[in-house]
Every structure is written in structure tokens, then in C-alpha cells.
Design a binder for this molecule. Structure first.
Ligand SMILES: Cc1cc2nc3c(=O)[nH]c(=O)nc-3n(C[C@H](O)[C@H](O)[C@H](O)COP(=O)(O)OP(=O)(O)OC[C@H]3O[C@@H](n4cnc5c(N)ncnc54)[C@H](O)[C@@H]3O)c2cc1C
Length: 430
């Protein structure tokens, strides 16, 4: 635990009530910034933990245990006397009445609201995807994929006919960072670990296909970084299939619009996001992906007491005029800024415009293989980019203890190639 000494929590009184919906990077960022202010902060999340999404692949591929990637939400606030945490689902928000409703708790009124409910997967109506695809957005998604992969390999070990049926083949959809990082992580698990775990299963019969509808993967990166990523994936025996759009999926087959049918029992969905459905219920005019457009100070038009931050928000970069991407660093920084602007309002001062400090765009393809493009066009690839990724993402972890845990796990895995978390524990088993 981060605090050993119990902190007295004064009962909520007549101070302004700040309701923070969502305990991701954005919600935590906002709530923590208000720790010294004369307000009562209530954080509500459907989970009792904060999820560090950039490490979900590592959970899905047995590199890290779920506890490294999920941190108890209450632990993050037990040293903040003006904060309370509740674990329940937000069911509706009435912006006119300044009130939110929840699945298992009475409604709460607010003076200030931070909308930080993130995004969710968008299957774009692909037939069978919601039933059979494996998205990668929550900790539960990562654990589900991990257990499915382990179960399929164990099944094929007992019944080799399953290999021909595609039990071990994986199709990953989407050539952006989520798709590329997932494909790279699964390939390393297969080619470096399972090759030893299952010596009788011929690896050459196991396919990993990355399907991207556009002509190239990693379109946000410069050409030489794209080429590097393609080469790194090819070196891990991942087939990059550009111009291929998934038409439908069943439990055992992936059908592409080109007519190609891939026998695969696993389809990982890394192709698209849409804002949390609460956004569409607010009666606001929304932007692409149902994201909530913000004013320069991150408040919502017509509602100066409401702030939208992180993945749910459509935030225009004041420097470039472009919309900011759905990234952890944008979420944390925008959350901080919303918290500061609420404190300014409470003090009777003017709010300030949000200025994003861009640390660059980066993605990992595998161990020692990554790409990075800095805000001024500087690029890196390979080990230096991999280390830069580690440094930037360590800073996003919520506590010093989490950072230490991650460094130990990464270093151990880096030196040993070991993936100790490849076991399945069933609570209902003997
Ligand atoms: C697989 C993956 C890899 C990524 N890799 C990187 C990376 O390398 N670098 C990077 O910068 N970014 C990365 N990102 C993006 C980054 O993680 C997100 O941009 C960031 O988490 C958004 O933060 P947020 O607080 O807006 O939303 P979230 O982190 O999604 O938090 C939203 C919170 O709201 C809660 N919630 C949602 N709906 C409800 C409800 N109805 N009731 C109650 N609670 C609810 C959720 O439980 C969640 O805790 C990655 C994302 C994914 C999915």
C-alpha cells in the first residue's frame, strides 16, 4: 500500500462537490489535482481498480500478472482526505439537473463534473465480431484472451487435428498501435516460449496474420519507421496483410472481404474505438467516434461546470489545431488540467486553455523493437525507442510502487525471456 498511516477523512460538508466519473488516467489526474483544494471529490468507477492499458498485451501474453496492470483505486486516494471512491456503474447523467445515477447506489448531485469514462471497442458492425472477437481494452479482455490462448494450445497438444482447423492461428485486426503491438506480443509468446513448451506442435503450421484495411500499417509514423515495423513483424513470422478487411467472424473462421477465409480460433480486435456510450446520452453535439467536443479550457459548451477529458473527449491541440489522439499522456495531462481549472473556478479565478505537452508517438513491436516519433520530427527505432517507451510509460504509472514493480518485471523478463504467468487458475476448480 502506498500509505501506511491512516488519514482522517472529514465527512463531506458544504464545500463544492466535484464528481469524477471514471478512474482511468484522466479521472485520476483530475481528482489528484484537487487534493489540496476546499472541495469534496467523489470518484466513481465500475471497477475497484485503475487499469494501466498500455500493458494489457503483456497480461494477455503472460508477461505480467494482472496485479501489475490494475491498481486498487481506493489505494490511490487513501491519502487524500477530501476524496471518496465508489465502485458502481454510471447509468445516466442529467446535465441540466447536475445529477448522475448509478447501478447500485443512489444518485449524486454535483457542482462540478469531470467526464472521464474513456472509450470502448467499435466493431463497426462486422458480423460475428461482438460474439467471437477478442477486444483489448480492459483488464478482463486481456485475461480472457490469455486464458483462451492457453486453452487452445493445451487442446491442440491433446488433439493435433485441431492445428489444421486453425486452433492456434490468430488474426489480429487493425494496423495501428493496438493491432501491431498485439500481433508482436503474441508472436513472441508463440515463437520464443510456446516453441519450447509444446515441442511436438510444428510452429511452421501456426499462422499469425495482421489484417489492415488500408494500404499500410502504422500510418501515423514516418515511412522508414513503418518499414522497420513491417520488418520486425516479418522477423517474428507475422504475415502483414494490407488492404484486407474483415467481413465476418465465427468461433473458428475469419472471412475477409477479398474472399480469403482464414481458419483461426482467435481474432484479436484492435481496429477501432468509440467514446463511452454515456457520451451519446447527454444531448450534446458529438464529434467523430461520439467524442465530446471541449472548449479550450476543457469544459463542455454551455456547461462551464462540466469538463470532458481523456478518451471520451475531442480536444483540439491549441498549438497545431489538430484533434489530440486517444493516448494515456493526453488523458493524464487533460485530467490534471481539468482539476486545475475546477480549482480556479472555486477560487473565483479565470480558467486557462489546455496546452498539451507532446512527448512523441511511440509503439512497441516486441522485445528490443519499437518506434518513436518525437514532436519535432525526431525519430528512433529499435532498442533506444524501446527504452524511451519504457521511460515515458513508467511516468504514467500511478505510484512509485507500481513503477518499481514494472521495472522489476520488465527487467526480469528482458534478461530471462521468462513468462511465469502462463498458468490458468480457475476459482471453481478443485
Ligand atoms: C491495448 C491498449 C494499449 C495502449 N497503449 C498505449 C500506449 O502505449 N501509450 C499511450 O499513451 N496510450 C496507450 N493506450 C491508450 C491509453 O491507455 C488511453 O488513451 C487511456 O487509458 C485513456 O484514459 P481515460 O482515463 O480517458 O480512459 P480509461 O483509461 O479507459 O478509463 C475510463 C474508466 O472509466 C470506467 N468506466 C467506463 N464506463 C463506466 C461506467 N459506465 N460506469 C463506471 N465506470 C465506468 C472504466 O472502468 C475505466 O476505469 C492504449 C490503449 C489500449 C487499449
Amino acid at each position: 500500500m502506498s500509505a501506511t498511516k491512516a488519514v482522517a477523512h472529514p465527512a463531506p460538508g458544504s464545500r463544492p462537490q466535484v464528481l469524477v466519473l471514471g478512474g482511468g488516467f484522466a479521472g485520476i489526474g483530475a481528482a489528484r489535482k484537487l487534493r489540496k483544494d476546499e472541495v469534496d471529490v467523489v470518484i466513481v468507477d465500475g471497477h475497484d481498480y485503475h487499469t494501466f492499458q498500455p500493458l494489457l498485451y503483456q497480461v494477455a501474453t503472460d508477461l505480467l500478472p494482472p496485479v501489475t496492470v490494475g491498481h486498487p483505486l481506493r489505494d490511490l486516494f487513501d491519502d487524500q482526505p477530501n476524496a471518496r471512491v465508489h465502485t458502481t456503474k454510471v447509468t445516466s447523467v442529467d446535465l441540466e439537473k447536475r445529477r448522475a445515477e448509478f447501478a447500485e447506489m443512489g444518485p449524486l448531485n454535483y457542482d462540478y463534473l469531470v467526464l472521464a469514462l474513456g472509450a470502448q471497442v467499435n466493431f463497426f458492425g462486422v458480423k460475428g465480431a461482438s460474439e467471437h472477437a477478442f477486444p483489448m481494452y480492459t483488464l478482463a479482455d486481456a485475461v480472457r484472451l490469455k486464458e483462451h490462448i492457453l486453452e487452445r494450445w493445451e487442446a491442440a497438444d491433446k488433439d493435433p487435428d485441431l492445428i489444421e482447423d486453425g486452433a492456434l492461428n490468430v488474426v489480429v485486426v487493425g494496423g495501428g498501435p493496438t493491432g501491431v503491438e498485439s500481433a508482436g506480443a503474441i508472436a513472441e509468446l508463440y515463437r520464443a516460449i510456446f516453441v519450447k513448451d509444446y515441442p511436438d506442435i510444428p510452429q511452421e503450421k501456426v499462422q499469425i496474420v495482421l489484417a489492415e484495411g488500408g494500404p499500410e500499417i502504422f500510418t501515423m509514423f514516418k515511412t522508414h519507421l513503418r518499414k522497420y515495423a513491417e520488418k520486425a513483424l516479418a522477423g517474428r513470422d507475422v504475415e502483414v496483410a494490407c488492404g484486407e478487411v474483415v467481413e465476418s467472424v465465427t468461433a473458428t473462421r475469419v472471412t475477409l472481404k477479398s474472399g480469403r477465409v482464414i481458419p483461426a480460433h482467435t481474432l484479436v480486435w484492435g481496429a477501432g474505438l468509440q467514446a463511452n456510450p454515456i457520451a451519446a446520452s447527454l444531448g450534446l453535439k458529438l464529434e467523430k467516434g461520439n467524442r465530446i467536443p471541449t472548449q479550450p479550457d476543457l469544459s463542455v459548451a454551455g456547461h462551464p461546470e462540466v469538463f470532458a477529458v481523456g478518451d471520451i473527449a475531442w480536444i483540439i491541440d491549441t498549438k497545431t489545431g489538430n484533434v489530440l489522439p486517444q493516448l494515456g499522456s493526453v488523458a493524464l495531462e487533460s485530467g490534471h488540467h481539468a482539476g486545475q481549472n475546477i480549482a480556479r473556478r472555486v477560487d473565483g479565478s479565470k480558467t486557462e486553455a489546455f496546452k498539451y505537452f507532446d512527448k512523441g508517438t511511440m509503439a512497441i513491436i516486441g522485445r528490443g523493437a519499437a518506434v518513436m516519433q518525437g514532436p519535432h520530427g525526431r525519430t528512433m527505432r529499435g532498442k533506444p525507442a524501446w527504452l524511451a517507451w519504457g521511460a515515458v510509460h513508467l511516468a504514467l504509472l500511478s505510484t512509485g510502487e507500481d513503477r518499481a514493480k514494472a521495472v522489476i518485471d520488465w527487467s526480469w523478463a528482458g534478461f530471462t525471456h521468462e513468462r511465469a504467468d502462463r498458468i490458468t487458475v480457475r476459482a471453481d476448480a478443485q
